[in-house]
Design a protein around this ligand. Structure first.
Ligand code: HEM
Length: 670
């Protein structure tokens, strides 16, 4: 038995001696079932006995680790954790899957060298740097803006190389035949904040740079509406800008790309990833960000809000950025009241640190359980933040971090625990923190967007205007913010639904983006092409690489007979067709989804790994998530933070809306 397994057994038995069993019931349903899935107030929390349930959970982890075949259904390729009626088993399966991934699916993409490590300023130990450097005080480059994306598979594998069949099948045909929305399919259990939020997050985490001069030419079929509109015979898609740091010695690697923004969960979408951008946004008084006389972020020359990351702007993003700019200033004011001697710089830096942690908390314990309202997953996400201790009785006393308690982060939570980069089993080396290409791919969630936004009156609930999505972008977003009250706009996002992550639900607006000088760009085409270009394998190979079982055929992908036929029309009807299915197509097509899940297990596999990694690899969420760094007041502020609380703090007029009746603000405000 491996040494860590022995340690596990000892811990399990030890805890059994120390520490009654009340696991929530799963009904094994795979569809959203309001009686089982979490609702506006989440699922009823389980109560676990520290003496019985915790050792049982650990023992189950040992069993599944020794026998990973138990993680899959007996007859098919799908994972089965959500079919366990005993939550101790479903949680143990999730924990096992995560540790298997941590051992084999974190890869560095620098071969034989690392970027130079910049010197750190004196305050680096206690505040985040704008460019993301100095989070790791030794490998100071780690996670900084401009550093390469990592990978969730060996970057030297053929699977991680750019697809040799870049145009096959034609990505535009994939988009036209499989993505085009026939009718809007909403997610009944989410509101539009969920869509806005996740774009707000991805702008914090990652961005690829596009080439200005180098284009892919995607041929247009003669019956393509764009072709018939006479635009041209091909669609021009800018290539992803090449990685200028590549060395000749790295020819064995698949394509690598730098992240334009910091890899950390540090609010870089609000503050920027460089000093100049932050300087533009700060008032240099009281640690504040500039908010103009109308109570909104200032307008840049192009007519919409100035902030850290401004691409792909629309009303949903504008609402998020304005809310969090206000939150930043409120935190700075709170700190100033407690620490009048703090300088503007100190107030800004500490406020940023605290706001970033609030964002990470809301995402972990609110957004994720809202889009994946499975009771076990809700417990797992809360365990990431608070630890299983939240549900244990009696509580496990917190041991000092030098006591080698295996899986301490499961019991106490990742926050404030020991930073862990994870050692790659093949290389034997710790993997420097970086977000990954595969992580980017599974966030291609454009179907969340509707084609039009309804503006409702918070007083009557009635619809005041229906605005095409296209007319909510850039400066138009600001126009809407100035035309309507924040109460009406926020209420509208609270009561309307995003689109489901399924085929034939891609917003028309994004399939017809007007790009000056280039003509019409179809983001569906781009989504498919990008994964192929960047060496993210197609669906079945992606599953293999991420330790999931491949599907036997397109028929196994979906129960929908009409969809099967369409998939075969695009990818062929031969035995190898399933291997050609693109990642995004496969993930949107999966009809088998974990119970209550807004998306399927293939994308979830990446989340299982990376959601914890984002916290665990960051010094400010682990070793330095402590009052000495955040201030006691900052820790208390984060402890009480919730999306609902933030909305009510800055827009108290929302108290007389349906927001009052939900605990989780991402659920429809009834
Ligand atoms: C009106 C709203 C939106 C617009 C106009 C928009 C537009 C775009 C554009 C133009 C790109 C760059 C494509 C490329 O050249 O590679 C992009 C990338 C992307 N978008 Fe969106 N998007 C919107 C909303 C969303 C939402 C709601 C999500 C949900 C998570 C999302 C996720 C992504 C991701 C993951 C990428 C890839 C980024 C990268 O390659 O680094 N977008 N989007």
């Amino acid at each position: 038995m491996a040494r860590w397994q022995n340690r596990w057994l000892v811990a399990a038995l030890g805890l059994a001696l120390l520490l009654p069993a009340q696991a929530a019931q799963a009904d094994g349903e795979t569809n959203y079932d309001a009686a089982y899935c979490g609702g506006p107030n989440g699922s009823p929390p389980p109560r676990f006995s520290t003496l019985i349930d915790l050792p049982l959970l650990f023992t189950n982890i040992l069993i599944y680790t020794a026998n990973p075949s138990k993680l899959y259904g007996p007859k098919d390729a799908w994972t089965n954790w959500y079919e366990e009626s005993d939550m101790r088993k479903s949680l143990a399966k999730l924990a096992t899957m995560r540790s298997l991934l941590e051992k084999s699916n974190l890869w560095d993409t620098y071969l034989g060298w690392t970027p130079s490590a910049p010197a750190c300023p004196a305050d680096a130990a206690t505040v985040r740097q704008l460019d993301g450097t100095c989070n790791d005080l030794k490998a100071t480059y780690m996670g900084g803006a401009g550093v390469r994306f990592g990978r969730n598979m060996d970057p030297s594998l053929p699977a991680a190389h750019a697809d040799a069949n870049l145009m096959s099948p034609n990505p535009r045909e994939v988009s036209r035949l499989l993505f085009t929305r026939d009718e809007f399919k909403p997610v009944p259990f989410l509101n539009m904040f969920a869509a806005s939020w996740i774009q707000f997050m991805v702008h914090d985490w990652f961005a690829h740079e596009n080439s200005g001069l180098d284009f892919w030419q995607v041929p247009l079929a003669s019956d393509d509406p764009l072709y018939r509109a006479g635009q041209r015979e091909s669609m021009l898609v800018p290539r992803t800008a090449a990685d200028r740091s590549r060395r000749a010695s790295e020819s064995g690697l698949g394509p690598t790309y730098p992240n334009e923004v910091t890899h950390w969960w540090d609010g870089s979408q609000m503050y920027g990833s460089d000093v100049a951008t932050a300087g533009r946004l700060r008032s240099f008084e009281g640690g504040h960000l500039v908010i103009d006389a109308s109570g909104l972020l200032p307008v840049a020359a192009d007519g919409f809000e100035d902030t850290g990351f401004r691409r792909n702007w629309w009303l949903g993003l504008a609402l998020m950025h304005n809310l969090f700019a206000r939150e930043h200033n409120a935190v700075a004011d709170m700190l100033h009241a407690s620490y009048p001697a703090m300088t503007d710089q100190q107030l800004f830096d500490k406020a940023r640190l605290i706001v970033a942690a609030e964002i990470a908390k809301i995402h972990t314990v609110e957004w994720t359980p809202a889009i994946l309202p499975n009771p076990s997953l809700e417990v797992a996400m809360n365990a990431n933040w608070f630890g299983l201790n939240k549900y244990l009785s009696p509580k496990v006393v917190r041991l000092p971090s030098f006591v080698p308690l295996p899986y301490a982060h499961v019991i106490y939570g990742i926050m404030g625990g020991k930073r862990e980069l994870h050692q790659n089993a093949a290389t034997g080396k710790d993997v420097p923190f970086a977000l990954t290409e595969e992580f980017v791919s599974v966030y291609r969630m454009h179907p969340l967007l509707p084609d039009a936004l309804e503006i409702h009156s918070a007083d009557t609930g009635g619809i005041m205007e229906i605005v095409p999505l296209e007319q909510t972008r850039n400066a138009d977003a600001r126009g809407i913010e100035e035309r309507y009250s924040m109460r009406d706009l926020l209420f509208s996002f609270g009561v309307t639904h995003p689109g489901a992550l399924v085929l034939h639900n891609y917003p028309h607006v994004l399939q017809n983006l007007n790009i000056p000088l280039l003509g019409t760009l179809d983001m569906g085409t781009v989504d498919v092409l990008r994964d192929r270009e960047r060496g993210v394998p197609r669906y079945n190979e992606f599953r293999r690489q991420l330790q999931l079982k491949p599907l036997a055929s397109i028929d196994a992908l979906t129960d929908d007979l009409a969809l099967r036929a369409q998939l075969k029309r695009v990818y062929g009807n031969d035995a190898g067709a399933i291997e050609r299915v693109d990642l995004l197509v496969g993930t949107l097509a999966e009809s088998q989804r974990p119970t209550c899940y807004g998306f399927g297990e293939t994308a979830f596999q990446v989340f299982t790994l990376m959601a914890s990694r984002r916290l665990q690899g960051d010094r400010f969420f682990t070793d330095d998530f402590r009052p000495e760094v955040y201030t006691p007041e900052g820790m208390a502020w984060i402890a009480q933070a919730s999306m609902k609380g933030l909305l009510l703090r800055h827009y108290p007029e929302l108290a007389r809306t349906g927001l009052a009746s939900v605990t989780n603000a991402f659920y429809p405000w009834q």
